[in-house]
Every structure is written in structure tokens, then in C-alpha cells.
Design a protein around this ligand. Structure first.
Ligand SMILES: [Zn+2]
Length: 97
């Protein structure tokens, strides 16, 4: 969708992009904050892996989320960050792990 600029469900080409995808700020009634993929590395430190962007088809409403910083997300997965794992398809076309 993000690459083809076409909806995979209805083939529509009128797309809306929310970048970064934000949600209401829990500490304020009239502001929003970017929705982030983040992990707590220690009690005091939080690692933000990436912001997200949301692609929505204006024709059918189908939506997809994309991570903006895949490299950092992968580095954290390879470092064994709790709650994050990498899944790769077997080269022989076998089952997913
Ligand atoms: Zn669509």
C-alpha cells in the first residue's frame, strides 16, 4: 500500500496518510502525542524504537500501520529486548517460526 500507492483490498488509489500516527495525550484534554513503539530499558530509561504512520484507503477504509524506523526496531529485537522478537521465514519455504 505504501509502496504501490494502491489499496490491496479494493484497488483504490485515493489514500490518506496519518504521519505520525497520534493518539490523545493522556496528560492533556486537548493535545495529541505520536504513537510510538517503545520499550523500557530500565526504571529510568525508555527506548523509543520508532514512530508509526497510518495509511488509510479513502474508498473502503482499509488501514495499514508502518514502522518508520525499522532498523532501530531490528537492532532492539536482535539485542533480546523483552516483548520484541524477529520472525524470519525459512529459506526452503517452510513454516513460519
Ligand atoms: Zn480500499
Amino acid at each position: 500500500m505504501r509502496t504501490s500507492h494502491r489499496c490491496p483490498k479494493c484497488q483504490g488509489e485515493d489514500l490518506l496518510v496519518v504521519d505520525p500516527w497520534s493518539q490523545p495525550d493522556p496528560g492533556s484534554s486537548n493535545t495529541t502525542s505520536p504513537t510510538q513503539v517503545a520499550f523500557r530499558m530500565s526504571y529510568f530509561r525508555r527506548q523509543v524504537a520508532t514512530d508509526l504512520e497510518l495509511w488509510v484507503c479513502a474508498g473502503c477504509g482499509y488501514a495499514e500501520l508502518f514502522a518508520k524506523d525499522v532498523d532501530t526496531l531490528g537492532e532492539l529485537a536482535d539485542a533480546g529486548t523483552q516483548g520484541l522478537r524477529r520472525v524470519r521465514r525459512e529459506k526452503d519455504g517452510g513454516a513460519y517460526r
